[in-house]
Design a binder for this molecule. Structure first.
Ligand SMILES: [Zn+2]
Length: 1047
């Protein structure tokens, strides 16, 4: 008789209590609870301390070769090192126990400083606890043939991923911080446990985040619960069954319409911020070597990497690593993006600087990797100029990625994928990753947010997802990749594919028929204090932009005049790259620590020492006369001063760029009238007339011969005002709307207005004010003969805390819009606060001028180094100085000198020459001592027939020493034909793009009238001019032939 088999035991169904099931799974993988009996507690097996540990410490960042030659002294886990910014090199002897055969062995290093592991003289792994990287994998399965003993070096920087802020991330660095070594050991890593943990984390996230209305949430929960049932943590043979359960649910596929996420590895590294430039070099190496390790183990991993400067740093400091990177670039996996030298500020650099960001960047990428970037990449910058689309297009780029506008404080930007149209009409396809981040971790929550947040649902169904620790570096981790592998196509979650920027944008381009267009600037409604903070950096930037402009112009002309002249090609490249580096989006905006400010000012000082005007004049002869160099493309008649041999200053008048005699031509009309009894002073120069009160304020300003007043009755222009300036968090970055409610006019007079120069070619009057409790301001108000603007040469001793100084010009002008100069053009912004989009722009930026005009009349405000401005109703304000205390406690303290000017004008600002006057203020004439023989009557190289067109740049062509590049732009906002004439022996003229690549069909005929150029509003044109080298060149001959030429 056979006995019947026992009936199968019915499997226990999951109980219906959602909360206990959820928390049960949570506890099973918890790092905090029940680690003695849960799965997490089994992640690591046996441990073994380092066989020996020794170290030596240095204040400098030194190369490996130098470090290993030093004397190392014994160290141990638990020791602390410092202070901040020092470097500790550790020598670590390891010996893996033979009983670990077949096991995965990690070297685990934990410290609050940033570490780099060196092995056999090569950097092999970045270890940064904050970036979730504490393991260097020695072997995935220890074989007998493998070395069991080895020596590693660990280079430990005494700073964290975000520097060393005292008390908060953006506080000034704590100079005395100590950094502790908490782990240095060998461990067995149980990969099967790790894989199960990743499965369970994702299922738990799905269960929680998809919510009770979603059946996938319950599937995930019950699967996870069942996995806990199946797993016996002490018996790894039970793990595969649990993993099968997870695999079964992850492999349930989506429908065709599901959103696709393009995941790209990324590591945003601020080129300097809460740490100095020098540390960034090591951050790049730590982050990128880690990426290379990940790429070796994960053949699908891609990594988008911006900033040519950082590649250049790694190239020169870590050649071995750089060679590995080059291999992965060639494979299309390590992907250079952005095309710029650094991720620069998007508002303040000049048009030419922005061109050079691309020129230096794209040429670097071309030289090093044989390709230029096809996407502009600026995810973390504080607003984007409306001129950028044209500049991108001119540099071979049609695509743009950022996400910073998600930081808007007031208005939510209405798109994630759209066409962005600049002031000239150029358009670029623009994408903001809808998850509003460039440092995702591959979590379920981020995937769901990306889909849900997408503002262009129904228009496009693909989006970017940049994963990896960022800002301070770090980059992707294995865990991020392992998460996303499981989510590649799982019903209920978006499809996730490891992709590339090119693949994403290519798909978006195909889907672009339904996309909307955003016209004009991408203004960030936050961080508006960055137009003003760290005034010396701003001033250094403006000055060096001018110096490089002038040096290039004069060098190019010297080269044209003399074939023996050595154009300073490599020196100019070096200087440009330093200037471009300082335009990084935490340096030029002033949101960096004091160490960075010191570096930046040192770089500027190096550039300020460069001046080659003297070299331009051939040597010889007694300098009894003065040659005046004008680097702008129009004729100028200005008062210039020349310092004589005895140190005495003489004034002279330049006209049409001729030499002046060493004695000033006096006898110009009287500038200043005698003061009446109320202390007021009247100045007049035949063009403008002004009445100043004893505090230097304008009570009247008008054009001579016109009754049209600029200053409203009872108002004062050139009125200083002080505001409380306490933002909500981002101290150096933010000025909040409510600062406007704290306005206090500055009215404490230290020294009343008095005449300092009574007249002749120049008249001036000066006064001093007390600002706040301890700051002082001295101003010289200067009116030059024939000059259409009144200059304010200002000195400030600034000792405030959380105050904001502005100067205001209330004007008798009514307009709903004010005009602001931007790169190669201008734009308008409202003067009212009708809507939230209007009032969110209570503090804006401008370059050399802003203007408020009504029909037939207006007033412009010019400046030589300021960027912050505002126009509310009829008041133009220039933002002068701030006093934030984080991250640089000394920001802006001390002495400042700057100049601004006011210019009333008839007609439009275009017709009145405001643009040219702002250039004149910024590009002073250069009087150079010379002998009479060297001073021609006048010599000019270029002229442009239309006042709407500005010839901005003259330089040697990058690829052809015998050619020159000239760049012009339409500045009025008009469609116009202009003739470019030159006295140089031009043999061939071709239109080129901003990378100086000839445009197909761009050859331009050389006609009797010059070269015909046609412009649409704000169009930037570049020309390659090939010069005849054999030409016998005489400036005087040329001048006689073409008397109208200028320069
Ligand atoms: Zn950044």
């Amino acid at each position: 008789m056979r006995r019947a088999a026992p009936p199968p035991q019915p499997k226990m169904a999951a109980l219906k209590h959602r909360r206990t099931a959820l928390e049960r799974v949570e506890k099973f993988i918890s790092e905090v609870y029940f680690t003695d009996c849960n799965l997490r507690g089994r992640l690591f097996g046996d441990r073994c301390p380092a066989a020996s540990l020794s170290c030596f410490q240095t204040p400098r960042r030194i190369p490996y070769d130098e470090a290993v030659r030093q004397e190392f002294t014994p160290a141990k886990v638990g020791d602390s090192f410092g202070p901040t910014w020092e470097t500790c090199w550790f020598k670590v002897e390891l010996s893996i126990p033979p009983t670990w055969a077949g096991r995965e062995v990690h070297f685990v290093w934990e410290s609050d400083g940033e570490g780099m592991v060196w092995r056999d003289a090569q950097p092999v792994q970045g270890l940064t606890k904050e970036g979730e990287k504490t393991s260097y994998i020695l072997t995935s399965s220890l074989k007998e043939t493998e070395p069991h003993s080895m020596t590693l070096y660990v280079e430990l920087a005494c700073n964290g991923l975000f520097g060393a802020g005292k008390g908060s991330m953006i506080a000034p660095p704590d100079p005395d911080r100590r950094f502790t070594l908490t782990k240095a050991e060998l461990v067995i890593f149980n990969r099967d446990v790790y894989e199960l943990l990743v499965d369970l984390e994702i299922l738990l996230d799905m269960a929680q985040l998809l919510g009770e209305e979603n059946q996938r949430s319950f599937q995930a929960l019950y699967t996870a619960n069942q996995m806990v049932n199946v797993c016996d943590v002490s018996d790894p043979s039970t793990f595969p069954a649990a993993r099968d359960l997870a695999a079964a649910i992850f492999s349930q596929r989506n429908g065709e319409s599901q959103h696709t996420i393009h995941a790209v590895g990324h590591c945003h590294i601020d080129s300097a911020w809460l740490w100095p430039y020098e540390e960034t070099i090591r951050k790049c190496a730590r982050s990128w070597v880690t990426v290379v390790r990940l790429m070796e183990c994960n053949p699908e991993l891609t990594f988008a990497c911006s900033q040519a400067q950082q590649f250049e740093w790694v190239r020169s400091w870590y050649p071995g690593l750089y060679a590995q990177i080059q291999d992965f670039v060639a494979k299309g996996r390590f992907i250079p993006v952005g095309g710029t030298w650094v991720e620069m500020d998007g508002n303040l650099p000049s048009g030419e600087s922005m061109v050079r960001q691309f020129l230096q960047g794209q040429r670097f990428f071309q030289e090093q990797f044989g390709q230029i970037c096809s996407e502009f990449w600026l995810p973390d910058t504080f607003g984007y100029s409306a001129q950028l689309p044209q500049l991108m297009r001119g540099c071979g780029i049609r695509r743009f990625l950022t996400q910073k506008l998600s930081w808007n404080l007031v208005n939510t930007f209405p798109h994630h994928t759209f066409f962005w149209e600049g002031i000239d009409g150029s358009r670029v396809l623009t994408h903001f990753p809808p998850g509003n981040s460039y440092e995702m971790h591959g979590r379920v929550e981020e995937m769901l947010k990306t889909v849900k947040n997408n503002k262009d649902k129904g228009r496009v169904n693909h989006s970017a997802f940049l994963f990896g620790f960022g800002d301070g570096g770090g980059g992707p981790t294995q865990k991020m990749l392992d998460r996303m592998k499981r989510m590649s196509d799982t019903d209920g979650l978006p499809r996730v594919q490891i992709s590339t920027p090119d693949r994403l944008f290519s798909v978006l381009e195909k889907e672009s028929s339904q996309l909307c267009t955003w016209v004009g600037e991408l203004f960030l409604e936050l961080h508006n204090g960055t137009y003003t903070t760290q005034a010396q950096i701003k001033k250094g930037n403006r000055e060096c932009e001018r110096i490089l402009h002038d040096v290039e112009v004069l060098s190019a002309l010297a080269l044209a005049r003399s074939s023996t002249f050595q154009y300073p090609t490599s020196e100019l490249q070096r200087l440009w790259r330093l200037l471009l580096l300082n335009q990084f989006h935490d340096v030029l905006p002033g949101s960096c620590i004091q160490l960075v400010v010191e570096d930046a000012l040192r770089y500027y000082a190096g550039e300020q020492g460069v001046w080659m005007g003297e070299h331009w004049v051939l040597a010889g002869g007694a300098p009894e006369s003065t040659l005046v160099l004008n680097t702008l493309p129009w004729e100028r008649t200005e008062v210039i001063s020349r310092t004589g041999p005895a140190g005495t200053e003489t004034l002279g008048m330049s006209n049409s760029c001729i030499r002046i005699s060493s004695r000033g031509r006096g006898g110009w009309q009287r500038n200043i009238l005698p003061p009446p009894e109320d202390g007021s002073i009247t100045m007049e120069n035949g063009v403008i007339a002004v009445c100043l009160d004893s505090m230097g304020r304008l009570t009247s300003l008008h054009l001579v011969g016109s009754e049209r007043e600029s200053v409203p009755e009872g108002c004062y222009a050139n009125q200083f005002a002080l505001f409380d300036d306490v933002p909500l968090y981002w101290d150096a970055w933010d000025v909040m709307d409510y600062h406007l409610e704290t306005r206090k006019p500055v009215t404490t007079l230290l020294k009343p207005l008095e005449i300092s120069l009574a007249g002749g070619l120049r008249g001036s009057a000066s006064f001093s004010l007390q600002i706040g409790k301890s700051s002082t301001l001295t101003q010289e108000i200067i009116l030059d003969a024939t000059c259409p603007y009144l200059r304010f040469l200002t000195q400030v001793e600034w000792k405030e805390a959380h105050k904001f100084l502005k100067v205001e010009f209330p004007l008798l002008v009514r307009s709903t819009n004010a005009t602001y100069e931007i790169q190669f053009g201008h734009l308008q912004r409202p003067t009212h606060w009708n809507t939230s989009w209007d009032w969110a722009r209570f503090e804006v930026w401008a370059h050399k001028w802003l203007d408020l005009s009504e029909h037939g009349f207006g007033v412009a405000l010019l400046n030589d180094c300021k960027y912050g401005a505002s126009a509310h109703r009829n008041v133009l304000s220039l933002s002068l100085l701030r006093a934030p205390k984080s991250p640089d406690a000394t920001a802006d303290m001390g002495h400042h000198q700057f100049t601004y000017a006011v210019m009333p004008h008839r007609g439009s600002f275009q017709d009145a020459g405001v643009i040219q006057c702002a250039y004149n203020l910024n590009f002073p004439l250069h009087p150079v001592p010379a002998s009479s023989a060297q001073c021609p009557e006048a010599w000019s190289s270029f002229s442009v027939s239309s006042p709407a067109v500005v010839l901005e740049t003259v330089k040697q062509a990058e690829d052809s020493p015998g050619a020159m590049v000239v760049r012009l732009y339409e500045a009025h906002g008009s469609t116009v034909v202009a003739w470019l004439r030159t006295s140089l022996p031009v043999q061939e003229a071709t239109l080129c793009d901003l990378l100086e690549r000839p445009v197909a069909g761009g050859c331009l005929p050389l006609e009797q009238r010059g070269i015909r150029l046609s412009f649409t509003p704000f169009r930037v044109l570049s020309l390659l001019l090939v010069l005849r080298r054999d030409a016998t060149f005489s400036h005087l001959d040329n001048l006689e032939e073409r008397p109208e030429l200028k320069w």
